[in-house]
Design a protein around this ligand. Structure first.
Ligand code: HPA
Length: 274
């Protein structure tokens, strides 16, 4: 595994003339095209980067852009591969680990999710403050990569409290700030109403099919993480209507401006010197 990670890291390092990258953002459904807000210094398809998996679904481009924000290099990963596409979970986190070796300290994750909490409405943006891994899988299973972190890493604050405070401040200009706990299901089938009820009973506010493997690998590697869900629908059983992917994409598109406006300011603050 470490050979694959190093191969990806060396390839990107060559591409960007061995410069350090400060921050990284992974764009989920509803965030595609965000990279167009910046002038790309380098841009490349995942398909051309060794060991990067190309996403197979709509709304996930599979493109890496390197941009400069406040004079600090930032990697924008437009789209992600998901566990339900059939990849080994360890392969899904190769980009996280490769960028960790390239110097990335701050990671922002975005996704589309189903809302459980009574206070959410479709179109809301929620700052994730913890997660529940319901899949029984974990990207750290296998031989521990000691140069990233310990065998039994602490997960008591995966989503950095300081970054959550920053998000709260920045959100004042964009939307009502809401927080929540994200439960990871593998998908690709949406949850049943009973599964959503179960998730609610154990404390989840959101359900989704991504983000958690990346957050675990990044925390293991010592990154500061913040994650945001765009609530594209109320979860099964909370909503009276059947779920469909088209609706998820439609609501994501409608809320795009709001999330992107926030994210531009958030990244700028994140990369400022204070
Ligand atoms: N469940 C899981 N993933 C999702 C949902 C959902 O209701 N909406 C968007 N992504």
């Amino acid at each position: 595994m470490i050979e694959k990670i190093n191969e990806s890291k060396d390839f990107i390092s060559n591409l960007i003339n061995n410069q350090k990258i400060e921050s990284m953002i992974i764009l989920g459904s509803g965030m595609g095209g965000f990279e167009e807000n910046y002038e790309s210094l380098y841009q490349i398809d995942y398909a051309d980067i060794p060991n990067f998996l190309s996403p197979s679904i709509e709304g996930h481009a599979g493109k890496l852009s390197i941009v400069s924000i406040n004079e600090k290099l930032t990697a924008i990963l437009s789209g992600r591969a998901h566990y339900y596409e059939g990849h080994p979970i360890q392969d899904l986190v190769i980009p996280i680990r490769a960028f960790s070796l390239l110097g990335v300290q701050n990671l922002i994750l975005t996704n589309a999710a189903g809302g459980i909490s009574d206070i959410y409405e479709p179109g809301d943006i929620v700052s994730i403050n913890d997660h529940i891994n319901l899949t029984g899988n974990n990207p750290l299973i296998g031989k521990n990569l000691d140069n990233f972190g310990p065998r039994f890493p602490d997960m008591s604050e995966i989503y950095d409290k300081g970054l959550q405070e920053l998000a709260r401040e920045v959100s004042k200009n964009h939307f009502e700030f809401k927080t929540g706990i994200y439960a990871w299901f593998t998908g690709p089938s949406y949850e049943t109403p009973a599964e959503v009820q179960f998730a609610k009973n154990i404390g989840a506010d959101l359900v989704g099919m991504s983000t958690v493997p990346e957050a675990i690998a990044a925390k293991h590697a010592g990154m500061k993480i913040s994650a945001f869900s765009l609530v594209t629908n109320l979860a099964a059983g909370i909503s009276k209507n059947p779920l469909n992917h088209e609706e998820v994409v439609e609501i994501a598109d409608l809320s795009k401006q709001k999330l992107q406006g926030f994210m531009k300011e958030f990244l700028s603050e994140l990369n400022s010197d204070n």
